[in-house]
Design a protein around this ligand. Structure first.
Ligand code: EPU
Length: 357
């Protein structure tokens, strides 16, 4: 039976573990639940929000509407050829569990995306990417439920309009489509990517601590896990949404100005999360680059800074953490101070990566 809860506490379903109440909440575990829901509530006119596990969402207060939580499970193998395997994965499947599943089968494409909190349904919304791998590169298609037309709609890659931490669903769809399942293509041939490097070491440095080449998908997932555990707090205990802000895009002229204040600041191509050396042809000749906001925040004293119950990570200034009881206002005023200091120092406005509702 489809149960609609009233006055539902979202504490377990928002990144910062805030005590916020949804007027109504429904968890959808089967495709047909959405049709049933549409019969009971007019979704076209009633305020609603689609919430996965909430790992990238900051509620600014109680939510005066209906929260739809897609919680459809299942990993189904669709087909296989010599080089690849296709899976249909339910939107409610935990992303990290799916990475573990892929690694256990020695399939490649998402091992560098290990330990990203959230559900499979949220992966295309945020177009998750990390340590050299990008979700959009393993994405094939998805099935969604169109709330306006009351029908199921398929999205291929171009319809998703993927960009850096961005998609059609994040920017334009305005809660119209509920993602039900995602088709993902993994490679039987390991495409090992160890290009990630940083001011404080990279994947190769981490691998060297416990293994030797040749590397397989399992050791890559382990190395990424070790790096992530250092930067991010244990999300079962603390509230965090990972990077709070996006890495900004700047012109090459602006980069030169910033390099005078922060020599050595890391920068990347704007499209995807890749880690080319600084003499890379594309980087040399592009007019715009993406710069490491975390690096620049550290330069102005924001690494490991704590005000009340909110801090940045001691190992990553872009990662905001709530310790114990925190209010939405405390998080918002903390991150506003980060933004203000950043703008004063570099003349650039940081844009949130987190969805603020
Ligand atoms: N850095 C510092 N000081 C800091 C933080 C970072 O010097 O306090 C330096 C790092 O050492 C590195 C550079 O700045 O040289 C960039 O930092 P890092 O490699 O940690 O990655 P990031 O650019 O801050 C992005 C993604 C992360 C993803 C990592 C790894 C965004 C907004 N964030 O972070 O994704 O895990 O790269 O690929 O693009 C997320 O989206 O929530 C997320 C965690």
């Amino acid at each position: 039976m489809l149960r609609i809860f009233k006055k539902y506490n979202l504490k377990k379903q928002n990144a910062f573990k805030l005590d916020v109440i949804a007027e109504y909440f429904v968890s959808v575990t089967q495709k047909k639940d959405l049709k049933k829901l549409a019969k009971r509530i007019d979704l076209k006119t009633n305020k609603h929000f689609i919430l996965g596990s909430g790992f990238n969402t900051l509620f600014t207060g109680n939510f005066n509407g209906l929260i739809i939580h897609p919680n459809i499970g299942g990993i189904v193998k669709l087909k296989e050829n010599k080089s690849h395997v296709w899976f249909k994965v339910g939107a409610g499947v935990d992303w990290t569990n799916f990475v573990k599943f892929a690694v256990s089968k020695n399939l490649s494409g998402i091992e560098n995306l290990n330990l990203i909190p959230g559900s499979v349904g949220a992966a295309p919304v945020q177009n998750i990417a990390a340590y050299g791998q990008n979700f959009e590169d393993v994405f094939v298609s998805l099935t969604s439920y169109d709330i306006i037309e009351n029908k199921f709609v398929k999205f291929n890659k171009s319809k998703c309009k993927f960009a850096y931490r961005d998609s059609f669903f994040k920017r334009e769809s305005n809660g119209r489509y509920v993602i039900i399942d995602v088709t993902i293509k993994l490679s039987k041939i390991a495409n090992i990517d160890t290009s990630y490097h940083s001011r404080y070491g990279g994947i190769v440095d981490e691998l060297n601590k416990f293994t030797k080449p040749p590397y397989n998908v399992s050791v890559i997932a382990k190395a990424v896990g070790r790096i992530r555990r250092r930067k991010f707090p244990n999300w079962n205990k603390f509230g965090t949404a990972g990077s709070f802000f996006l890495n900004p895009f700047v012109s090459k002229e602006k980069l030169s100005e910033i390099q005078k204040i922060a020599p050595g600041v890391q920068f990347y191509p704007i499209e995807k999360t890749t880690y080319p050396p600084t003499d890379d042809h594309y980087l040399k000749h592009s007019s715009y680059v993406k710069i490491a906001a975390g690096w620049l925040l550290e330069e102005i004293g924001w690494r490991g800074k704590r005000i009340g119950n909110v801090s940045t990570s001691p190992n990553q200034a872009l990662v905001v953490i709530s310790h114990g009881k925190t209010s939405p206002n405390e998080i918002l005023s903390f991150t506003k101070r980060m933004q203000d200091d950043f703008e004063k120092a570099y003349g650039i406005k940081l844009e949130p990566e987190v969805n603020i509702i």
